[in-house]
Design a protein around this ligand. Sequence first.
Ligand code: DOR
Ligand code: ZN
Length: 342
Amino acid sequence: MPSTNQITLNAPLDMHLHLRDGEMLENIAKESARTFSAAIVMPNLVPPVSTKEEVTAYKTRIMNAVGSETFTPYMTLFFKPGYDKAFLASVKDDITAIKLYPAGITTNSEGGVSGFDVEELRPALDAMAELDIPLCVHGETNGFVMDREAEFVSIYEKLASAFPKLKIIMEHITTKASVDALDRFENLYATITIHHLLITLDDVAGGMLQPHLFCKPIAKRPEDREALLKMALAGHPKVMFGSDSAPHPKHAKEACGCAAGVFTAPIALQLLTELFEKNSAPLENLQAFVSGNAQKIYTIKVPQKTVILEKKAFHVPADYKGVVPMYAGETLAYSIKEVRHG
Ligand code: DOR
Ligand code: ZN
């Protein structure tokens, strides 16, 4: 992307987003809905979203919080091995994907999967493949924190070969090991966050500890970030932008025992534009990364929305209703100039 004063993005999509519930949902949903056309909404509420009633009621609460913005929440269920084909068929039209969490691996994931026994998972995963419901996976073991994702690659491989018709999305990948796995299996895809394209563990813990950059999976090594960047900047067809924007109240982040999650929803498109420009990557690759690839992978039709960004300083607020964003108080190179609906 040559240095430019203005760029236009069509129908930006956030393929991994935490919108929470209650007051937090009311406070932050518009920060995504203002600039994104649609988003895959994570189900890790308390209790997790796992029934047809819960998913439809949650969607209604999201639509109410979003108000008049043009924005489609693509809903997900929290994966349980007990889901059977009749249940999945009954809920298929209410959801876009199902999210699998290893038990206890991150915020509100206690009810997730332990052990990855293919035969135990077979009924649910065969049914999902047949019904064409993608499986989104938080791929971390409970090993050493820097090795968790790389250790999980063998589980991805086991699932990808046991269920070749199932679309498996490796969520928020952070390692070269995951990038390398993408090419080995036709049915593996991935989302990448903006923070993992920008930071390494050094930014989190190399100097004074930065709680607002602490997330799961933790940011990794420079060579990992390079591998992610290469995929994103190339607009590689198997990777999609998913912010994993995960708001927590300031007191839960600036605490002894800091909650995991980076809040990027209001600055994601500005940061992506700056990143692609800085690396001289073509605008069409950014468009593919933030929308086109996801439309093809998920075979979704998206609401039209045109976002115009201009090269003009944007001062990131100290907080959005009590939630501190990434780069709070700092200045970004691009601002949102205009959003056109339809
Ligand atoms: O950092 C994270 N925060 N990673 C996750 O996987 C979950 C998320 C959250 O819900 O707070
Ligand atoms: Zn997440």
